[in-house]
Design a protein around this ligand. Structure first.
Ligand code: ADP
Length: 822
């Protein structure tokens, strides 16, 4: 008890804290706790003290430099663990620790900052008191605080190390200067950029170095101005501020400056990034782009100039060419020897081939220089195909090729579009098909791919042939201008390599695209689509204007015999659309066998077949079944056979190939409705009008396709018509040759049809003046009146059919003949 009285615990507590102060500067937990343990021992007047640490749940590690002797008596991890859980200073009342008489052990838990352990004191039992406990509690608070400080110290040290590592590894130069001019720092990269030692980090020194750097910049004035703006407004930041050095440029810095605001220090953080490489690359790219844009502009100009030149040249060439052809046809009208006729024909044919090429070039250059505008007028899709076939049937017949088509029933037949241009595409593709096919057929299919927005139908056209095909690796060149798959074939097949290029561009103008599918030796398919509105009048989309009311074709049984499988397929489909029941045969033996068994209403038969032709087979059919009506498909090549009367009598109708579906329907209807048999009618056969009406005809028309079409139609009637490109040329042609009939287009460049007609009416007396028939696209009454007023005799509205032209010739025949005699 005496001992107790002599101790001033407040004094001891103060001295403990004072003693702890230098320990706070230590950086090692072990050292701190060991020293603190000794300090506690001293001020608590303990006999011995130990500092233990829990390594894990089973191991207590004793620190050697505390009281060795005391520690050796104690080795009980479970006990320490139990006491630690209590987390308070305790006297060993249960005598759990080994001790001697008159001794007491005090357990002081230490669990701070991930450190788990305790200080154990061995004291004289007499010292055990509330005061001692209080002293120890003070001591513990001091220890905890020390631990906290040290933990933060470690944390800061770790962060500083990390921060410095980052600062030194990034490629940017980083500078910090505070606003009050007291502190600042730079990283090594910044020190290098500013050319100062890294240690010279006083803000004034840094500011001076930055100023110096700025002054050496090539864009110094700009930098200073921008800097003034930056510092005028507090809180203002800047990024991508270019500091450019050297002329020519040697280096470029991209500078960022942002204010850093913390509670204690306000300042600015500067980041310098070396962007020399990017800057130079960008400059070079910019220069290149400008150069490229300029080159492109020049190339576009040149291209346009080229197209304009081509357009002009083709026009210029065409004029004398018309002279050549015109003169050649004049020559044919004179008396010539066989040999001379042959020469003149060659001149005429070559001239016409040349005109076709020139027309292609003209068209192409017109499209290229953006001078083509598409019409948007109602047109019938079947007309486009049928007119194309009319135009090309001679070439196809010469090679024995079938021209077939099928329009799916869902296709709106009457659409709005540009018939001339659509026909031009079709003519290009079909004539290529004919050109590159020796055997088989050309087939056009039209499909409706569906309605798109704005009521536009996506219509797909396929032109398929059974010709030589195109190797896949050549596809990409097909639609290029002036390109041909194999230049060696050019000599064989001719052509300019422009047809597909023109078609593709026209298709693009129609909102579509074209592609090719082909197999060498098997044939090619050119597939394109266009976007078109159905004409307002079209409500229900069905195939060609069927009028099945007069004679119901429903369930009528028809037998079709043809060696062409595609044709059989098409006809069968077409017949089923008309409500009929078609059975098809490829071999005549099978067909005859079927006729013997079945009760057919009608037979459709092809003329040209291997083994037995149409006439021979029909002869057998008629023997088998006298009253069974037969319709024959014939090509112009077989007319001599058909001219024999007894042969024609075999058939109820004869249709000329390529057959129009509307004609087939008409023929079927007529044949089936006819009760009594009369002589067969040859429908749309080539009727030569020329022998009964030998006259000279002039076509004044600027559009090459329309020219060709009318010329072909007239050729079929036996006329060699001449062509004038416009009103002026028509007048010129009239000076050189006497014409009896002129088909005059209204809209033409240089001089239109009205003007030309007015002049003709003025210059030529009525009795010798040719009959002038205007060919106009818009059959408006307005135009008709204008035409009559100008002195035109009649009009025919485009698109016209062969029959329309024939009707006009019939109508004016007498009057023209009267004039011929003048
Ligand atoms: P052209 O027929 O006037 O030479 P095109 O542009 O119409 O020009 O055709 C280019 C080339 O594409 C042709 O020369 C030919 O080699 C190839 N080609 C076009 N259509 C066919 C086809 N149906 N079959 C095979 N080759 C074709």
């Amino acid at each position: 008890m005496d001992k107790q009285k002599n101790i001033d615990w407040t004094y001891e507590a103060v001295n403990f804290l004072i003693g702890l102060y230098p320990i706070k500067k230590e950086k090692d937990f072990e050292v701190i706790y060991t020293r603190a343990t000794n300090l506690i021992k001293k001020h608590a007047h303990a006999k011995a003290a130990a500092f233990v640490r829990m390594e894990d749940k089973l191991t207590v590690r004793k620190h050697a430099n505390t009281s060795e002797h005391f520690l050796n008596r104690f080795n009980n991890a479970t006990l320490v663990l139990t006491l630690l859980e209590k987390n308070q200073i305790v006297f060993d009342t249960d005598n759990a620790f080994p001790k001697e008489e008159g001794e007491e052990v005090v357990f002081i838990p230490l669990s701070e900052s991930g450190f788990v352990g305790a200080v154990l004191l061995l004291i004289d039992e007499e010292l055990k008191s509330d005061e001692l406990l209080k002293f120890l509690e003070y001591a513990l608070v001091g220890l905890k605080e020390t631990a906290f400080i040290i933990q933060n110290y470690f944390l800061i040290e770790e962060l500083t190390t990390r921060f410095n590592a980052i600062l030194e590894t990034i490629p940017q130069g980083i500078v910090f200067v505070d606003d009050v001019g007291k502190g600042g720092w730079v990283n090594s990269q910044a020190a290098e950029i500013l050319d100062i030692p890294k240690e010279r980090n006083h803000p004034v020194a840094i500011a001076e170095a930055m100023q110096q750097l700025r002054n050496t910049a090539a864009n110094k004035d700009e930098i200073i101005q921008e800097g003034m703006r930056l510092f005028r407004t507090p809180g203002q930041k800047i990024h991508h501020w270019k500091w450019i050095f050297g002329n020519p440029i040697t280096s470029v810095l991209s500078v960022s400056c942002v204010p850093t605001i913390s509670e204690n220090i306000k300042g600015r953080l500067w980041v310098f990034t070396d962007v020399t490489f990017q800057h130079l690359a960008n400059e070079q790219l910019y220069e290149l782009n400008t150069e490229l844009a300029e080159k492109r502009r020049i190339a576009d100009d040149q291209n346009k100039a080229k197209s304009d030149f081509l357009a002009n040249m083709s026009h210029e060439i065409r004029t004398p060419m018309n002279g050549v052809i015109g003169m050649a046809s004049l020559l044919t009208n004179t008396e010539l020897s066989e040999e001379q006729i042959d020469y003149v024909e060659t001149i005429r044919i070559s001239g016409e081939a040349l005109i076709t090429i020139i027309n292609d070039i003209l068209d192409f250059s017109k499209i290229e220089s953006g001078k083509i505008e598409l019409e948007n007028k109602p047109l019938y899709i079947n007309n486009v195909i049928e007119e194309t076939y009319d135009l090309l049937s001679v070439n196809a017949n010469n090679k024995g090729l079938d021209l077939l088509y099928f329009i799916e029933p869902t296709v709106p037949l009457e659409i709005e579009g540009d018939i001339t241009r659509l026909r031009q595409i079709m003519i290009n593709l079909v004539s290529n098909g004919i050109k590159f096919t020796e055997k088989g057929e050309i087939q056009v299919n039209v499909k409706n791919l569906g309605l798109e927005d704005d009521d536009f139908y996506k219509l797909e056209f396929t032109v398929k042939d059974t010709g030589i095909g195109i190797p896949k690796e050549k596809y990409y060149r097909l639609f290029e201008s002036f390109s041909q798959v194999d230049s060696s074939t050019t000599r064989k097949y001719g052509g300019t390599g422009l047809g597909l290029a023109i078609s593709q561009r026209l298709i693009t103008l129609m909102g579509g695209s074209i592609r090719v599918e082909s197999e060498v030796g098997k044939g090619s398919s050119f597939i394109f689509h266009i976007k078109a509105r159905a004409h307002k009048s079209v409500k229900k989309y069905n195939t060609i204007n069927i009028n099945t009311e007069k004679v119901s074709l429903k369930n009528k049984k028809v037998l079709i015999l043809d060696d062409n499988k595609t044709n059989l397929k098409i006809l069968k489909a077409q017949c089923s659309i008309w409500g009929m029941n078609a059975t098809t045969f490829e071999y005549f033996e099978d067909a005859l066998a079927s006729i013997e068994k079945e009760d057919y209403d009608l037979v459709i038969i092809d003329m040209l077949m291997p083994v037995k032709d149409g006439i021979e087979v029909t002869n057998i059919i008629k023997e088998l079944c006298k009253d069974l009506p037969v319709i024959l498909f014939s090509s112009s090549g077989n007319h001599h056979l058909l001219s024999l009367k007894e042969n024609t009598r075999l058939f109820e109708a004869i249709l000329n190939k390529p057959t129009r579906h509307s004609q087939i329907l008409k023929a079927i209807e007529e044949v089936l409705s006819k009760s009594t048999k009369s002589a067969p009618r040859i429908i749309d056969a080539v009727e030569e009008v020329a022998p009964s009406l030998p006259i000279n005809i002039l076509i004044a028309e600027d559009d090459s396709i329309n020219q060709k079409l009318l010329k072909r139609v007239l050729e079929k009637m036996g006329y060699m018509a001449d062509i004038a490109e416009n009103g002026l040329e028509a007048l010129k042609a009239m000076e050189e040759k006497r014409y009896h009939l002129i088909f005059m287009d209204v809209m033409m460049p240089e001089m239109d049809g009205f003007e030309a007609t007015r002049i003709i009416v003025e210059q030529y007396p009525k009795n010798i003046r040719p009959i002038i028939i205007t060919t106009t696209a818009n059959a408006l009454t307005d135009d008709r009146e204008k035409a009559i007023l100008a002195g035109m005799d009649d009009y025919i509205s485009k698109p016209f059919k062969m029959q329309d032209v024939k009707d006009k010739l019939d109508k004016w025949k007498d009057e023209i003949l009267a004039k011929v005699e003048q």
